[in-house]
Every structure is written in structure tokens, then in C-alpha cells.
Ligand binder design. Sequence first.
Ligand code: H79
Length: 496
Amino acid sequence: MKRIARLALVSCCALFATHAITAQVADEKWPAEGHHPVPSIQDKETPAEKDARMKWFREARFGMFIHWGIYSVPAGRWQGKEVPGLGEWIMNSGSIPVADYKAFAPQFNPTQFDAHAIVALAKAAGMKYIVITAKHHDGFAMYDSKADPFNIMSGTPFKRDPLHELAVEAHKQGIKFGFYYSQYQDWTAPGGAAYKTGDHKPPTYHWDPAQDGDFSHYLHTKAIPQMKELLTNYGESPDIIWFDTPYESGYQSNDHPNPKDVHGMTPQWASEIVSLLNTRPKLIWNNRLGGGYNGDTETPEQYIPANGYPGRDWESCMTINDTWGYKVDDKNFKSTETLLRNLIDIASKGGNYLLNIGPESTGVVPPEEVARLEQMGKWMDVNGESIYATKPTLFGSEAGAFSTTEKDKQGKPKFVPEWKWRSTTKADKVYIHLFEWPSTHTFHVAKMPRTVTGAYLLADTSHKPLKFTQKGGALDVQLPDAALDPIATVLVLKTR
Ligand code: H79
């Protein structure tokens, strides 16, 4: 269905001929939904089974992403200079040869790593799950892997398995836990794919002959054996597998409009991984496996979609500064206000916020990140009821509107968000998150879809009733003179 819709879309544009051809290629390449070489859990389950499987994820709303690997050793600098871009991309962006990059491993000794403290930090922030990089594009495994020696156990002086320690702690502290795994890109294993960047040449985009080899060999000797380890060696875990970049360029999910120059995960390769995923029937996995599998979740990266994804589960993953993996030069931390408003915005659209931290090579979580997560947690302690297990807004236009003049990068009307308020709902309650305190000290909405029977502020422990009027659909609630929380004060409307 999706692919047909896309075809219709591209056929309107000026590049009709080229796109029509590539779209045919796409159709041959990716089988229709439900016709995968190996049916996935999503293909086989009933809607009720899906609801049961996704229940905890839908209620969670807030999770911690952790990007941690040997890229935290160079921490964004190579040969005395900052390498622009993402910290975990330094090997690619700096065209670092394989042997030089591998030399970071013996320097990686994160003795200050504390699994208990990291899980406790996630909990203090109000996060309900953690996803950590088991292997990023650099190919280094952050766990005890027998399948490949380039890992934290056999390749570093640390000789501990942080994934095991985190899995134990997550279980103890009652939080869900999952693994990010770069199944397609691997810049240190011969045959692993590399995303198109800089002056690296097609078709492989490799920058060191040591990277050349056969992808199928890499898949069968490294990625699949490592996936097996991750799915069997960690007890109850993982609850989530987070794939990434199934193509050399362009898009991160199955929505690749121009597969002409792109190889990508084939249905056959992806299906071999799906066979493994099927051994854990409660597992949740994202839309970045490739090969035509849609997975469970849409994964907007570094943005919040205008209207969410009605009918699909989704999760916006975002950095707390401008990098995922630690960079000593990146101090561009977002404010607690921005982070909390992002969380509220996402919840109001029915999604989850997967907010990243990037620990240092010592194992220390940057103090700026800790401070922000703790501040978010203080707000969540008071107002979490308006976030967890809520449903999206009953209104909609409060989030902003598409511009009639401005266009985005793809030439579509640009979404211009508004930041006055957001809303979520749960059973008979409607929550209004007020970002701006109305100068009239009145919350006014022209069309209230339900009958209001009471109103109070969530941060007011006495729940003192607020006066309100509802006439001809319009609702006016009298607010106190000042906000209880300058970031977001939550007004609760009891309704019938
Ligand atoms: O793990 C994080 C990123 O490293 C990963 N996904 C998140 C969760 C990711 N891999 N690829 N991409 C995101 C998209 C590719 C972005 C690129 Fe670039 C833009 C590649 C080339 C230009 C950023 C800038 C990376 C290198 C230069």
C-alpha cells in the first residue's frame, strides 16, 4: 500500500520517467507486505496480540538511548583537529584507516562505568526503557562476543561486559532494556557496508582496502552470529532491537525513493535476521532492518513529525547536544525547557521520546546530561500522569500549521510549530500543558469536544477546583495569576 502511494506521489513530479523506472526496481526488490521470505512476528500476529506486545512501549513515552563505544576515546578529535559531525562517525568522517581506528580499543578502559547509576539515572529522569549501542557502524562490540574479537572483552583492558551489567540492573530496577545493532554498516569488518560520505567512492564507499570483502560473508560470520548472541545471552533481555541504516545513502527506513544506486539489505538477508528475531516473540524492533520489513516502529531521527504517525507506533530519537557518541568539543546542550517540551510535544502526538546520552571513555556520563535528566525527572515526578499511558490530543491545531509560503528541504510546505500549549488524554481526563501563561489568566479553547465537569492544576497538591465556563463548545478556565512551573504547568480537565 505504502509503496503504491509513493509511486503515485513521485509520478506527479517532473522526474516522472526516472522515478517510474526506479520504482519498478523497488517493486521487484521489495516484496509486498505479508509476502516476506520469512514472515515476521508482525506478519503473523492478530491485532489483539500486537496490542499486548506493544502495551509497555505505548505506555512508556520516554526512553534513554545510549551511544557508547571506542569513538569516545578520540571524542571527536583526530590528528589534533576536531572532526566535524557526529562523534560516533569519526572513523568515517575522518577517513581513519581500519588499523588506526582499531588502536583505540586498547586505550578504552571505562573503569568509572556504573550500570547501577546509569539505570538509576534513567529512572530518576522518568524514563521507562534503555536502548544501548551493542555495535555501531564502527564494528566494535560493546559486549562479550565470541563471534568476533573486536569487542570490549577481548580487545580492551576493561574486560567487563557493560551490556550484561546493564541488563542485570535494568531487570532489578524494573526498566525495559534493548540493543542497538548496526546490521548493515560495519566499517572494520571486511565486506561490511559503508554509508556514502565525503569523497569516498562508489560502489562500496570504503576508504581503506581492509574494508573490502563480501557482504554476505560479513553477514554470516559476524552480524548474524552476534545477533544470535545478543538474543540468547542476556536472560530476559533484550526487549527491543534497534536496527539502523539498511542502505548506503538517503533514507533510514524502507521508504527509499531512489534505490537505483543503492544496494541495501535484500529481503533474503533481512529474512535471515527475522528468523532469529522470531525466537523472541515479545521483542519490539524498529523499521530500519531493511529488505521490505516494516518492523514495529517509525523512527524519526532528530525531528518530531508534525502530526505523528496515525495508526503506527513511533519513537523520535534525539540527541541532547549535537552528537550521539561523546565529543569533547560539543557543549551545545539543549535546555531542560526544550527537552521537556519535546517530550510533551511527542506525547501529545502519540509517540515516544528516545533521548540520547553519550558517556565518556571513562564511563562517566557528562554532568551536563545528568543535570538535565534529573531536572526532567523532577517535572515528571509531579506531572508524569499527564504523559505516561496517555492518548494523543483531542484538538490538534495547537501544535502549529503548515506554512502556505515556506517550503521544507523536500519542497513540501514547511511545518511551523507553535509553542503555547499541548494536550494529552487519559480516560475521562484531558491534560493541557501550558507553556505560555495567558496574559488574561484564562485558558480559552474555542471547540472543546467533551463536557467538562471540573478543572485543577496537577502541580497543586490540594487540586483546588478552578472556575470554568463552557458555552456553545467554547471553554474558558480561570487560572491563577502565575504559572506553577515556568516550563509547563499542567491543567487537568475532568470530562464526560
Ligand atoms: O546512531 C545514530 C547515528 O549515528 C545513526 N542513527 C542514529 C540513531 C545514523 N547513521 N546514519 N545516519 C544516522 C544518517 C546519516 C547521516 C549522514 Fe552524515 C549525513 C551521513 C553523511 C551525511 C552525519 C554527517 C554523519 C556523517 C556526516
